[in-house]
Design a protein around this ligand. Structure first.
Ligand code: KG4
Ligand code: ZN
Length: 339
C-alpha cells in the first residue's frame, strides 16, 4: 500500500501545502504573502492572519493538483517549529483538526530538518542520485546559518552555527540599507551578476571553530555606504551592481571557508546546501567548485525547494512515518525547537 503524506508549512510568510506519495512530490502549492513588502520585513501578526485566510484554499489546491482525495491520505505532517508562534499555530491547529476529522495520524516536523530533507525527495530524472551518508549540509536561510552533520534521515547534529545574524539576514539588511527592497537576497543575486566582486572589500569576521558571524559585515557595509554617500549622494545608484557583487562574494567566502574546514574535519561522503540562500547563484557556483577541489559528491536543491515550501515538510513527514514517529494531539508549536 502507498504512503501518502499531506505536508503543511506555515512557519513564516509562506502558506504552503504539498502531497508526497512514496517519497515523490505530487504537488507543492505555495501562497506568498506580499503584504510584508511595504513594511520591509515580515510582520508576525499579519502573517498569522494571512495564513488563516490561505490555508484551506492552499490545501485544496495541493490535493487537486496531486489528484488525491482526503480519504487517501496516510498522515498529515506539519511544521511545529522553529518559526513565528502565531503563524505556526495556524498550521498546527489545522493539522490537528484534519487529523481528528479523518482519523489519521499527524507528524510534527522541524522546519530546519525539513529544509535538509529536500535532498531525499525521489526524482524521476536520469541523473538524480540521493546523497550518501554521512552528509554535511550547509543550511542557510533568513533565520538560520548552520553546518549540520546528517547521519541518516532523522539523525542530525549541528556542528557549527552563526553566533549572531543569519546569512539571509546579511543579504536582506544590506539590501534594505541600499534601498533594494525586501527580501533583498534575490535582488542582490540578480544585480551581482552584472558587477565586479572585487570592486569593494568588506570585513570578514574571525570566529572560533565552525561558527559564523554576520553582524560585523552588516555594520561595515553600512558605514562604508555612509562614508561614500557623504562624498557622492548618488554613490549607491552608480555602483549598485559592484556593491551587490562584492557583498555577495564576501558572504559566500565566509560560508565556504567554514564549510571547507567542516568537510575536512568530518570526512563526510557528501556535501549539500539547503534553505532560502541556497538559491544564490554565487553560493551554488562556489559549492560546485568546493566539491571539485575536495573531490566530494555535491548536492544542490531544485530552486523551488530552496525557500520555504511544504514539499520539504511532507518528505520529512514521510521519513518519520516510515520510522513510526507520530505527534500527539496535545503537541503545541514551538517558536524555538531543537533538532
Ligand atoms: O528558507 P527561507 O525561505 O526562510 C527562512 O526559513 O528564513 O529563506 C529566506 C531567505 C531570505 O533571507 C532571502 O533573502 C534569502 O533566503 N534568499 C536569497 C536568495 N533567494 C532567497 N539570498 C540570496 N540569494 C538568493 N537568490
Ligand atoms: Zn525556512
Amino acid at each position: 500500500m502507498s504512503t501518502i503524506i499531506l505536508g503543511i508549512e506555515s512557519s513564516c510568510d509562506e502558506t504552503s501545502a504539498s502531497v508526497v506519495k512514496d517519497g515523490e512530490v505530487l504537488s507543492n502549492y505555495i501562497a506568498n504573502q506580499t503584504i510584508h513588502e511595504k513594511y520591509g520585513g515580515v510582520v508576525p501578526e499579519l502573517a498569522s492572519r494571512a495564513h488563516q485566510q490561505n490555508i484551506i484554499p492552499v490545501v485544496d489546491a495541493a490535493l487537486k493538483d496531486a489528484g488525491i482525495a482526503l480519504e487517501e491520505l496516510s498522515a498529515i505532517a506539519f511544521t511545529r517549529g522553529p518559526g513565528l508562534l502565531g503563524a505556526l499555530l495556524v498550521g498546527t491547529s489545522f493539522a490537528k483538526g484534519l487529523s481528528l476529522a479523518l482519523n489519521i495520524p499527524m507528524i510534527d516536523v522541524n522546519h530546519l530538518q525539513a529544509h535538509i530533507l529536500v535532498h531525499f525527495i525521489k526524482q524521476n530524472t536520469p541523473d538524480f542520485k540521493m546523497p550518501s551518508f554521512p552528509m554535511l549540509c550547509l543550511l542557510v536561510s533568513g533565520g538560520h546559518t548552520q553546518l549540520v552533520l546528517v547521519e541518516n534521515h532523522l539523525k542530525m547534529t549541528i556542528i557549527g552555527q552563526t553566533i549572531d545574524d543569519a546569512a539571509g539576514e546579511a543579504f536582506d539588511k544590506c539590501a534594505k540599507v541600499s534601498g533594494l527592497g525586501y527580501p533583498g537576497g534575490p535582488v542582490v543575486d540578480r544585480l551581482a551578476k552584472l558587477g565586479n566582486p572585487k570592486a569593494f572589500v568588506f570585513s570578514k569576521p574571525r570566529v572560533a571553530d565552525l561558527n559564523f558571524s554576520f553582524s560585523g559585515l552588516k555594520t561595515s557595509y553600512l558605514y562604508f555606504l555612509q562614508d561614500k554617500m557623504k562624498e557622492n549622494a548618488n554613490f549607491i545608484d552608480e555602483n549598485k551592481a559592484d556593491l551587490c557583487a562584492s557583498l555577495q562574494s564576501t558572504i559566500v567566502d565566509i560560508l565556504m571557508d567554514k564549510t571547507r574546514k567542516a568537510i575536512q574535519q568530518t570526512n563526510v561522503k557528501s556535501f549539500a546546501i539547503a534553505g532560502g540562500v541556497s538559491a544564490n547563484s554565487g553560493l551554488r557556483s562556489a559549492t560546485e567548485a568546493l566539491g571539485k577541489e575536495l573531490g566530494i559528491e555535491v548536492h544542490m536543491p531544485q530552486l523551488s525547494y530552496t525557500t520555504d515550501n511544504a514539499a520539504m515538510v511532507a518528505i520529512a513527514g514521510y521519513y518519520k512515518f516510515l520510522n513510526g514517529e507520530f505527534a500527539d494531539h496535545s503537541f503545541a508549536p514551538m517558536a524555538r525547537m531543537p533538532f
